[in-house]
Write a protein of this length. Sequence first.
Length: 105
Amino acid sequence: EVGLGASDSPAASVDSSNEYIEIDVPAGVLGVATDSSRPGPPRVDAVQENSILAGVLLVGDKIVAVDGIDTTQMSSGELNDLVSSKRDNPSRIFGVLRQHNLIIC
């Protein structure tokens, strides 16, 4: 089960146009691609249709933490390595900044 939870994280105060959410991500491969070519934290570039995070993690979301580890300065490769190292954990918590204008369809 993928869960969402709001948080009062300091990350939420960085930019008032963003909302900070925490996503409870189950074990396994995610089917998510990120891009770190722009300044700031890695951004979600694509989510595969059959991904357990389809409709939960959105293109444009910024991944700012994984299990409390700050990812704001990581490259996409570093983020992928971190997430992969935790793939067998029963649960992982992603801290995500989402623009208020992103809509879940």
